[in-house]
Design a protein around this ligand. Structure first.
Ligand code: FAD
Length: 410
């Protein structure tokens, strides 16, 4: 069989390697990662792992022996610096080059930075890798010991999860969100408001419409000591968490002349324009049937695209058709999102807002397009089935908790 090289040993890269073996690929598979350790689960880095409730061993995605057994050659601590498509080579940072017959780009994404005075201070931290999380855990400990508050810039999923974890540890936390509501791009307004109340109820100081002027630094090390707002407020802190989104790691592809638009452009089967190169996960932007591009940053997306990418390298078409889903854990609440809510024009509440279990159903032109569930796994799973099947309950049906939505699938 032919040799496949995979750049990026994260969720998408690892699952592509396994899917290739699963589909009977007999050639060499080399999984290259620039992090010091093998593949691990990223989601707990802002949740259970950061809270100290999960061990390093439990964080691992695959034990090294598992990969060995599948004859997947994992190389850690090695960075790919460039691609040579004409000669079918990848150039590594140790000066060597590796030939490929098939190439998988699974390089993930990198946290965005802020062009703000003080943003370079050593205690202004973003969170993507296990190393990042280790630094953040240590910084949280220092804040706890010194009685210093934590400032979180960005009320997105990672910012809010870190805020919840820091509150669990008893730290004082302020969340600064530039938009007028939390998670405004994905949640319905009533759920944004509910999340704001959830955090405030847990003692988080929440500033919406936040205008940050600068991060004030002090001393020789230039440590951040406060966040200065444009309205004059000064929020002292011992740590600034940056949760302002990510950008796709698409530089390798772009420099090699592959189309990139906020991510490596792939079709529904994870193919680039180069028949020998596929891409999967956070580094991609998927071309949709209507011509638009879809960028998703989720475990599910990485997992599905990995299957498509492996199939494509074996000459098969396995388009991405599944309904996207995502989750987030904050305090004792689990949010599960199914479908894509962009462009929704109406919302229906299923259950009682803030009740033990409830869901918000998003409608666009009278069709169900997404469902966000809070501690409501049953509705979440049914929603995925309904959306997969293209079955849309009416708004009245969605609101009727006495009605078994599963019955509509028959
Ligand atoms: P990654 O997992 O980022 O893997 C890419 C790998 O490639 C990295 O190890 C990177 O270092 C490496 N790499 C990059 N460039 C090179 C190079 N040139 N050479 C060698 N190696 C390279 N998703 C959910 O669905 N639910 C959640 O609750 C959730 N929580 C999250 C919490 C946190 C803190 C973070 C950071 C992410 C979370 N996500 C969550 C998102 C999810 O983790 C990502 O969508 C997923 O990891 C994407 O997988 P990937 O393989 O595309 O990228």
């Amino acid at each position: 069989g032919e040799s496949v090289v995979i750049v990026g040993a994260g969720q998408a890269g690892t699952l592509t390697a396994e899917a290739l073996r699963g589909a009977g690929h007999t050639g060499a598979i080399t999984l290259l990662g620039d992090e010091p350790c093998g593949p691990y689960h990223r989601p707990p880095l802002s949740k259970a792992w950061l809270a100290g409730e999960l061990s390093d061993a439990q964080l691992m995605l695959r034990a090294p022996q598992m990969l060995e057994k599948k004859q997947i050659a994992l190389r850690t601590g090695v960075r790919v610096l460039g691609l040579d498509r004409a000669r079918q080579l990848v150039h590594l940072d140790d000066g060597s080059a590796l030939p490929y017959a098939g190439l998988v780009l699974a390089t993930g994404a990198a946290p965005r930075t802020l062009a703000l005075p003080g943003a370079q201070a050593p205690n202004v931290l973003a969170l993507r890798s296990r190393d990042d999380a280790g630094r953040m855990a240590a910084a949280l400990e220092r804040c706890a010991a010194a009685g210093l508050p934590v400032a979180v810039i960005g009320g997105g999923f990672i910012g809010l999860e870190v805020a919840a974890t820091a509150r669990k540890k008893g730290l004082r936390v302020t969340v600064l969100e530039a938009a007028p509501r939390l998670l405004g791009r994905v949640l319905a307004p009533l759920l944004s408001d509910w999340f704001a109340a959830l955090h405030r109820g847990h003692g988080v100081e929440l500033v919406l419409d936040a205008r940050i002027e600068r991060i004030a630094t002090e001393g020789e090390g230039g440590e951040a000591v406060a966040v200065q707002l444009a309205d004059g407020r000064r929020l002292p802190c011992g740590l600034v968490v940056l949760g302002v989104g990510v950008s796709a790691n698409d530089a390798l592809a772009r420099e090699a002349g592959l189309a990139c638009e906020g991510g490596i452009v792939v079709d529904a089967c994870a193919r680039t324009a180069d028949p020998r190169i596929v891409a999967a996960g956070d580094c991609t932007a998927r071309r949709l049937a209507d011509g638009g591009l879809l960028r998703l940053e989720s475990v599910h997306n990485a997992t599905e695209q990995a299957k498509s990418a492996a199939a494509a390298l074996l000459g098969q078409e396995r388009p991405f058709t599944a309904t996207p889903w995502f989750w987030s854990d904050q305090y004792e609440r689990k949010l599960q999102m199914a479908g894509l809510s962009a462009g929704a024009d109406a919302w229906v509440l299923r259950g009682e807002l803030g009740g033990a279990a409830f869901s918000v159903c998003h409608y666009r032109a009278d069709r169900l397009v997404a469902v966000d569930s809070v501690n409501d796994a049953r509705t979440h799973l049914l929603a995925r089935k309904l959306l997969d099947a293209g079955v849309s309950p009416t708004a009245a049906q969605a609101a009727d908790t006495g009605l078994d939505l599963g019955g509509l699938l028959a």
